[in-house]
Each structure stands twice: as C-alpha cells, then as structure tokens.
Ligand binder design. Structure first.
Ligand code: B30
Ligand code: ZN
Length: 263
C-alpha cells in the first residue's frame, strides 16, 4: 500500500484507529478566515539563509503520499532557519525538508483553506526546532516543528523557480523512487513575493502519526504554478493509484485562536 495510510474518505476514517493522536483536539489542517483571525502586532518572521542555495546533493523522493525534497547535508552546513514572528523568543527552527499536497482537479488540493478558497496545491517547508537533534525527537515535543504553508494558484505562465523540481518528477513516478537533483534551489525563490502577511496557529502533522507539535505559519499571498506544471505532479503514482488528492479533510478549530500578522 501507499506507505501505511491512504487519503480516500474511507481510508482517512481509519487513521484514528491506527494512529491515536489523529483523534486529538489540535489537529490540522483547518479552514482559516481572515475575519475570525486575531490581528497581532507581531514582528516580521526572520528567514535566514533562504537566499542561499541548499547544500547539495538534494534528493527528490516519491514516498507514496507526496513528493519530497530532502537535504542530505553530510557536510553539516548551516541550513536555512527561521525565528521571530509568532514563534517563541529564542527558538530557532531549521529547514528539514519540503513536500507538496495537490488535487486531481483544479478546485482542490490544498490542505488549509483560506477565506473559503481551496487552492490547487499547497507546499510545506518543514522546520525542526534546533534544540532537538532530529525529526523523530522533535515529534515528541509540542514546540518541535514549524511548517510554512504556501498556496499555489494557477497561472498561464510557468513558475520558473519550480523547474528544478518539476523537470525531474518523471524520474520519481513510482513509490520509493529517489533521485539526486543535479541543480540546486533557494527556498526564497519558492516563497511568495510578500511574506509580511501570514496566519499562525497551533496544530499537528496533517498525516499520521498526527503529532500535535506544529506551529503553522500560512502565508496569505499565494505563488503561481502553470497548468502544465501542476499536471506533472498529477502523474505521480503510489502504485495502484495516483497520489493526487493527498490532502487531509478539514479538522475542527475548537477553541483555538488563529493569529494574523499584517504590515
Ligand atoms: S505536514 O507538513 O503536516 N504535512 C511530517 C512532517 C510534516 C507533515 C507531515 C508529516 C513528518 O515528519 N512525518 C514523520 C516522518 N515520516 C516521513 C514522511 O513524511 O514520509 C514518516 C512517517 O510517515 O511515519 Cu511517510
Ligand atoms: Zn504536508
């Protein structure tokens, strides 16, 4: 199977049986409304090293539920990291990997919704708190991860910053296919032009095991992707099925607050 969990409706209902944390009160994704969000005079989110090329080699992998860009970093270079914004003072979060969620049709694909809109794709740049030595340790602590969420909206022209990933998607069509990327990437090129406005709330991994350890930061401004570029994601396969529609159903906000930072 597609790596121990599936996204079809009847599959998502079984997540809580196998992964108890998926039944928690701080789950993600959620539907975000700018009107219901609380405006805070937050400092800017500091994003350090985002203009530098990620250390090579980068690995592109089809893990059966998404396509992932991993950094190997065997030379222990300083990876891009973030702090400030809505994050606890003195906590730094280092980039771990990035991956995507997308739809089979243009009217779906993003995990979060913003003001009633579901975008055709959402990218997650996953960051681990520097005080934890690796991802699995970070998953045991409620300040373990920060995930930056970036929405994609369709546009006629290609987003050239995505070429270094999308040109190689055909090489990872099947589950567990992994290739070394010969080109490098800057994370800055994948972010929206304006990162001053973002939403933030406390939530979870959107996949099993659903640990409630994620401070979510969702940028208000989307980035662009062309139809033909998005269609290349839609050819990725988990074996018997296409990966497309790898987004989790919306979770209850409950008493949680969503904060918005504006300029
Ligand atoms: S997300 O950004 O909320 N979609 C993980 C990190 C971020 C998100 C989801 C999951 C994560 O770290 N998962 C645990 C590690 N995974 C690796 C993986 O993502 O490939 C192993 C696993 O699930 O148990 Cu399959
Ligand atoms: Zn994700």
């Amino acid at each position: 199977i597609a790596g121990h969990f599936g996204y079809r409706k009847r599959d998502q209902h079984t997540w809580v049986r196998n992964f108890k944390l998926c039944d928690g009160k701080l789950q993600s994704p959620i539907s975000i409304s700018s009107f219901k969000s609380i405006t805070l005079p937050l400092p800017a989110l500091e994003i350090i090293g985002y203009h530098d090329f990620l250390p090579s080699p980068l690995y592109l992998k089809n893990n059966g539920h998404s396509v992932v860009v991993n950094v190997s970093n065997h030379l222990r270079k300083r990876l891009p990291y973030i702090f400030g914004g809505s994050l606890d003072i003195n906590q730094e979060y280092e980039m771990d990997h990035l991956h995507f969620h997308w739809g089979a049709k243009n009217n779906r694909g993003s995990e979060h919704m913003l003001n009633g809109i579901r975008y055709p794709m959402e990218m997650h740049i996953v960051h681990r708190n520097r005080i934890y030595s690796n991802l699995s340790n970070a998953l045991n602590h409620k300040n373990g991860l920060v995930v930056l969420g970036i929405f994609f909206q369709l546009q006629e022209e290609d987003n050239e910053s995505l070429h270094s990933i999308i040109n190689h998607l055909t090489s990872v069509q099947w589950i567990n296919n992994e290739i070394k990327l010969n080109t490098s990437i800057t994370l800055a090129s994948l972010l929206p032009k304006n990162t001053d406005v973002f939403y933030s709330y406390k939530g979870s991994l959107t996949t099993p095991p659903c640990n409630e350890v994620v401070t979510w930061i969702i940028f208000s401004m989307p980035v662009s992707i062309s139809f033909s570029q998005l269609n290349k994601f839609r050819l990725l396969s988990s074996g018997n099925n296409l990966i497309a529609d790898n987004y989790r159903k919306l979770q209850n906000i409950g008493p949680r607050k969503v904060y918005i930072r504006k300029l």
